[in-house]
Design a binder for this molecule. Structure first.
Ligand SMILES: NC(=O)c1ccc[n+]([C@@H]2O[C@H](COP(=O)([O-])OP(=O)(O)OC[C@H]3O[C@@H](n4cnc5c(N)ncnc54)[C@H](OP(=O)(O)O)[C@@H]3O)[C@@H](O)[C@H]2O)c1
Length: 338
């Protein structure tokens, strides 16, 4: 059997070119005792992957030229010589950008069995995976969401953001989302549980935030950093929480200086708190989040949004979509076509 895999061939510039990755076809070795073979069904895309490719100093190690592209996937166990993984199990973990994974179950892979078999397997990478957990713990633990809170979310129609309108509503809070197109804004209010939406590319953001929340915001869930964060700071209420989830507006270019915040003083003036987090720090609590999120989906309280391309070759295009503002919901690639 053959495996096809994408390895880093060159560090990308602005957008990723197909020549930045090399498609390799390699033999799949016979399994050793303690190993199992996964056929990958879906791979997940995340903005931080661009950062790995650029040699960015983040929480995780950057990639070196020739390394298999890193990323999580969901797949089916098709052969096993491991006592804990059986043929037919659906698993999710660090698969890398490839069609098959020979896995030994070691902690590096963070390989879990997918428990929610009644929902599409793609959800194991989206709303019931790291993306959903980031929404859940970011809003509830880091954001300390309370009933009646007023929540502002950037990249609200993205993977993490698309869950946050419903998660706010479930706890009796109201949420306004920022997005780059009218289509995304309509989706936020019509499907994704937001009470209002702001097209930040064409509307006066500050004026619109004041329109929705004249008394200011209690939680700003920041997915983008930069200028949007700066504007949001001006609208903080007393004891507000700024959830520093991500900063996609700053991921493109490692050589330019980061955006320098002007409105820092609002943190002190409002006795507010800014806090970053890394989702893997919540790993012991993932089962609780997964159970809650699955229950809310089943009860119709949480609707999720996915954006799925097909074929391993389309992984670079899918990653670029995050930076081109094209994705609507969680960006995924289905690896084998039906
Ligand atoms: N802390 C953690 O452990 C953790 C875990 C997972 C993810 N994250 C972070 O969470 C954030 C969301 O992740 P995700 O995977 O769900 O990605 P995502 O929100 O789907 O990212 C893509 C979206 O970002 C927006 N965007 C792209 N370029 C932008 C720019 N220059 N300025 C402003 N907005 C821009 C676009 O939305 P619009 O078209 O609406 O602008 C785009 O659709 C990312 O920053 C990610 O790094 C953090």
């Amino acid at each position: 059997m053959k495996n096809r895999r994408l390895v880093l061939a060159a560090r990308p510039g602005d957008l990723i070119k197909s020549s930045d990755l090399a498609l390799q076809e390699v033999n799949i070795p016979d399994l050793q005792e303690g190993q199992f073979l996964i056929r990958v069904l879906y791979l997940s895309l995340a903005p931080v992957m661009k950062f790995y490719m650029l040699d960015g100093a983040g929480i995780e190690q950057p990639l070196q030229i020739g390394d298999l592209m890193r990323g999580r996937g969901v797949g089916e166990v098709i052969q096993s010589r491991h006592p804990d993984f059986q043929v037919g199990d659906i698993v999710q973990g660090k698969c890398g950008w490839q069609e098959y994974v020979v896995c030994d179950g070691s902690p590096y892979y963070m390989m879990y069995k997918v428990r929610q078999r009644s929902l599409p397997y793609s959800t194991a990478l989206g709303v019931l995976g790291m993306t959903g957990f980031t929404s859940y713990f970011g809003l509830y633990e880091v954001g300390q969401l309370k009933k009646g809170d007023r929540v502002l979310v950037s990249a609200a129609a993205g993977g993490v953001g698309s869950n946050l309108g419903h998660l706010a509503r479930i706890k009796g809070a109201s949420a306004i989302g920022l997005a780059s197109t009218d289509e995304k804004c309509n989706l936020l209010t019509e499907k994704l549980g937001y009470d209002g939406a702001i097209n930040y590319l064409k509307e006066d953001v500050s004026e619109r935030i004041t329109h929705y929340f004249p008394e200011g915001i209690d939680v700003y869930f920041d997915n983008v950093g930069g200028e949007m964060l700066d504007q949001a700071l001006l609208h903080l209420r007393r004891y507000a929480r700024v959830v520093c989830c991500g900063r996609i507006s700053q991921y493109q270019d490692l050589h330019s200086a980061s955006y320098a915040l002007q409105n820092w003083h609002k943190i002190g003036a409002t006795r507010s708190r800014m806090e970053g987090f890394f989702i893997y720090d919540f790993e012991p609590h993932f089962p609780k989040a997964e159970a809650d999120l699955a229950q809310w989906i089943t009860e119709g309280k949480l609707q999720y949004q996915e954006d799925i391309l097909e074929g391993l070759e389309n992984m670079p295009i899918a990653l670029n979509r995050l930076f081109e503002r094209k994705n609507v919901g969680k960006q995924l690639v289905k690896i084998f076509l039906d």
